[in-house]
Design a protein. Structure first.
Length: 135
């Protein structure tokens, strides 16, 4: 499975932000959909000011980081052996898709989540976002 962020831009087109292939990157939504299929999405609204001053600058700072293939292997072992950590997590300079989403949820949307980002899976994100928020 895979996790990504789809952004509807103020210019009326969408872009996908993801960690895949070799790096964390943006790709035009129409190009992404030619090779991928979205199974489920959650909508989170933010103000234009937060979009301009927080979200986009944060995403740009992560953009270009290398994809963490060894981290993905470590994630497999952490799931297999029910570890509470990723045994081969290299550094914050390499990322996998679910880790990117974790950091956006906790840093940009200020969501509280006390799980190690190195072992977050797309399924964890789905479970987390399915929990109703208490306001």
């Amino acid at each position: 499975s895979h996790a990504y962020i789809r952004i509807e831009t103020p210019q009326d087109f969408d872009v996908i932000y993801e960690a895949s292939g070799s790096a964390v990157h943006f790709v035009a939504g129409d190009i992404w959909r030619k090779k991928n299929k979205s199974c489920r999405e959650w909508e989170m609204e933010i103000s234009l000011r937060t979009y301009d001053e927080v979200l986009i600058p944060y995403l740009m700072r992560l953009c270009g980081r290398k994809y963490g293939i060894f981290q993905l292997i470590g994630l497999f072992f952490s799931l297999l052996f029910r570890l509470k950590y990723n045994p081969v997590s290299r550094s914050s300079q390499r990322m996998i898709c679910s880790e990117v989403i974790y950091y956006v949820l906790t840093s940009v949307f200020k969501k509280n989540w006390d799980k190690d980002p190195d072992i977050v899976t797309p399924k964890d994100i789905e479970r987390y976002l399915d929990v109703p928020t208490q306001e």
